[in-house]
Design a protein around this ligand. Sequence first.
Ligand SMILES: [Zn+2]
Length: 461
Amino acid sequence: MVQTWHIGVDDTDSQNGMCTTYLATLIVDFLLKFPVKFLDFPKLIRLNPNIPYKTRGNGAVAITFSTTEEIDEKIWKGIVEIVEKNAEIKDPKTDPGLVFLQGEVPSGFHKLYHQALYRVVSLETVKQLLKKQPTEKHFYLKKGRGLIGAAAAVGATLVNDYTYEFIAYRDPNQKKSERLIDPTSVINADKNVPLTFNNYDYENKQIMITPHGPDPVFCGIRGESCNAVIRMWELIKIFEPIISTMIFRTNQHTQVHFPKIFLGHEISPYLSVTVKGIVEKKPRDHPGGHVIFTIRSENSLIDCAAYEPTKQFRKIIRELIEEDEVLVFGGVRPASEKNPITINLEEIQITKLTPIKQRITPKCPICRASLTSSGRNQGLKCKKCSYISTKKEFSYKQISRKIRTGVRYVIPVCAQRHLTKPVSRIVPLQFHLSPEIDIQQAFYAFLERRILFTTNTKNKK
Ligand SMILES: [Zn+2]
């Protein structure tokens, strides 16, 4: 009998190394030794980026495969061993979790995924959910907070919008922050493979595919199709050994962490929110380069911040004036001693612009000089030719605003989070809904070519 299995893994990395995607790659390599059939690419699932105990990009991985054999202890033990051996458990913030589930994914897991995208989910809730599954096995180390992401990743559905990421890995013992890559080749490849995105930040002149931490990720290439990300990898020039590669299907850059519009009183710390409001206090520049304004949503006043790293985005924010109607997207920061609860902006849309009117001083009908007021409750006079008008009538002209309605103003690529949808992702949804590829077939096609992507063969000169 064919059995389907789902594996979820999360929270194995730290500031000092590892990456849950690399650990998932080791699990895929391990499973390839057994008579299993992968049903999909491994899925890289990003969850609420505002979770306080997550220091890096809150990402979990799910792997789905089928097998005709009873899953034996060898597979289960082997995967547990990979987690034990590779997770950065010395880090006090790393609490690995591993979930193993057979059969159709119960609706409780899908619900958990949707909650974990924008809220804080308790470990207790997840433990309760796991308890209810007769076919479930799980494993964790330390506090096991990773079970939250692991179970949520198993419940993730990538049906409408999704993207791909091609990740190339270097030796995990390699801890230096520098990645040896030819920047010009990245820019050229970016221009040649339009179905990839966020390769390079043209505004801030930064390569975006290479991280800067001590982790095993050499680079990650993001795109709309697996062929596009592979093509991009083939075009870039690199100068250090690559030990392995993997392609993930992912919810990155799909904006799924903003599922609904919140009202002012519903906002609480660490949520990812969309709020409709009216600008109550115009933008103020704060020390450190941060720009903050206040919106009113129902009876609540909420500060919204474009912090210094959002660079050019702050120019847009400074154009806001009182009474503008806006839709803000961002993560909620709790109140501190100095500051009230604040939305850390990722995007803003202006739904209604307040007109700015400027008074036009009438001209003297005789000499064309500008007329001036003769005083309160009196008419106008011309200082040049002494013409006097008893009427005081001004006309107004509307000043055009530099910002527009109907535009998504998004923070620049260099400041974006994994789930932020870049403006450049204008590929229509149909692209993903069309039978462009059989996903399972595409994954096996990748596995077949995979050996070609390690450095021994890439860029051989
Ligand atoms: Zn005059």
